[in-house]
Ligand binder design. Structure first.
Ligand SMILES: Cc1ncc(COP(=O)(O)O)c(C=O)c1O
Length: 452
């Protein structure tokens, strides 16, 4: 496909603002939210959605907003994507639940077969299905510990792996994810991330020095023989869309293999066509021992998975993995439809087209506004990092919040990220057309004019 979005149902693919954002009905709902929902559950943009499709969210006031976030990298095939909707409708009519651990069903097996075939590596693989990304990560660690008979897990600075106890421990950033929620799971060790833009001796030294530091820290502070797994996001998500230098992931993966340590790629945010390949590891020629997937896998229904080498995944005793809802039949039906959509619509190709559309425009903005210190990402997972400017790389979360708020006020749903809260990230649905994306980027440009 080129720039024609996949079928978008009946939603007009145009930004239309009929009220201020948020509109009066959204404001009323927000008041109800504040008195009904825990204050711990935040909302980035309190606009209440009624319908969505293509690249548009329609709110309860009738505003059409341009979606540059995909509900945090979930609606990769589009919101209410036609194939997903009909697969879900038909599955709901057949049956909604049996619990795969009690009386199984074919669609669970089929999703695992698809995952085994699509994920990197040609060897025999197995998968297990779960409800959320955090649950998948937890289970990947469980599998790694059983297989290796070791306990230590190495995670990276700027990492985000979820909000459960073990995944909070793996996650790097304290506020808001960890503050006050400890004590955390033990046997987690943190090493520096190869972050080219902020590497102290410069991007050119980043790959080698980050790898040397990684090796040295694991040796001195963990002991290779104690390490069950190294877990890394091939492109870090919440941490700020940090893309490690070419070859870095492969060096880590090869080093893990030498030491009998499992290399776990957490592709929950960057997987499923998002970066222009099925998985971000594909771009680097890396074959992880275990890969965790979620988000984009099922077009908006809750599903996540762990996939890995058969001998690793089969090392766990029967009954050791599972859960009441993991691999729910409706979510599995949605996943099969989403995967079919990605294949037939060549959504990896579409992600690369989106990169080709975004990157020159973001680089153009960076030339005009020196507060944009870095432009990075791959496919439809792109970001700009905002700094003080004038050669000063001090993070600029205040400006980031202002630019984000301006975009929201103009009906463009942007997201922030980053350990320092100074990254504006773009994760458009791959069903959004070029006109819409260009208009979204026009508004981002206007936001810099208005905020600087
Ligand atoms: C890389 C990564 N891992 C794990 C998770 C946790 O997924 P979930 O929110 O579905 O538990 C996320 C969520 O943002 C993520 O980006």
């Amino acid at each position: 496909m080129t720039n024609a979005p996949i079928e978008t149902g009946h939603i007009e693919q145009r930004r239309i603002l009929v009220t201020a954002i948020p509109g009066p009905r959204s404001q009323l709902l927000q008041e109800r939210k504040l008195s009904a929902v825990s204050a711990g559950v935040g909302t980035g943009l309190p606009v209440y959605v009624e319908r969505a499709g293509g690249g548009i969210l329609v709110d309860v006031d009738g505003n059409h907003l341009i979606d540059l976030g995909s509900g945090i990298a979930v609606t990769t095939v589009g919101n209410a994507a036609p194939r997903v909707v009909s697969a879900v409708q038909s599955q709901v009519e057949d049956f909604t639940h049996t619990c795969f651990m009690v009386t199984p069903y074919e669609k669970y097996v089929e999703v695992c077969e698809r995952l085994n075939a699509l994920t990197p590596g040609d060897g025999e693989k197995r998968s297990a299905l779960f409800n959320s990304g955090a649950e998948a990560v937890e289970n990947a660690i469980k599998v790694a510990r059983v297989f290796t008979g070791r306990t230590a897990v190495v995670a990276f600075e700027h990492a985000y792996h979820g909000r459960t106890n073990l995944t909070m421990a793996l996650t790097a950033k304290n506020m808001p994810y960890k503050q006050g929620f400890g004590p955390f799971a033990s046997e987690i060790y943190r090493v520096p991330m190869a972050y080219p833009y902020r590497w102290p001796t410069g991007a050119d030294h980043c790959a080698d020095e980050a790898f040397e530091e990684f090796v040295s820290l694991v040796h001195t502070q963990v002991g290779e023989q104690n390490a069950a797994a190294v877990i890394i996001e091939p492109i870090q998500g919440e941490g700020g869309f940090i893309v490690p230098p070419a070859g870095y992931l492969k060096r880590i993966a090869d080093w893990c293999t030498q030491h009998g340590i499992l290399f776990i790629a957490d592709e929950i945010q960057c997987g499923f066509c998002r970066t222009g390949d099925w998985f971000a590891c594909d771009h680097e020629g890396v074959v992880p021992d275990l890969i965790t997937t979620g988000k984009g896998i099922a077009g908006g229904l809750p599903l996540a998975a762990v996939t890995g080498r058969a001998e690793v995944m089969d090392s766990v005793h029967g009954g050791g993995l599972g859960g009441t809802y993991g691999g729910n039949p409706v979510a599995c039906a949605a996943a099969l439809a989403a995967i079919e959509t990605m294949q037939t619509e060549d959504l990896c190709g579409r992600a690369r087209e989106i990169e080709a559309l975004f990157l020159p425009r973001l680089r153009g903005l960076a030339e005009r506004f020196d507060v944009i210190g870095d432009v990075r990402g791959r496919g439809a997972m792109l970001a700009i990092e905002l700094v003080a400017g004038g050669g000063d790389k001090a993070p600029n979360p205040t400006l980031t919040a202002a630019v984000n708020a301006y975009c929201h006020s103009q009906g463009v749903v942007t997201l922030t990220a980053g350990t320092f809260g100074n990254v504006l990230r773009f994760l458009p649905p791959l069903s959004a057309g070029d006109d819409l994306l260009n208009e979204g980027l026009d508004i981002v440009g206007q936001a810099f004019v208005a905020s600087t």
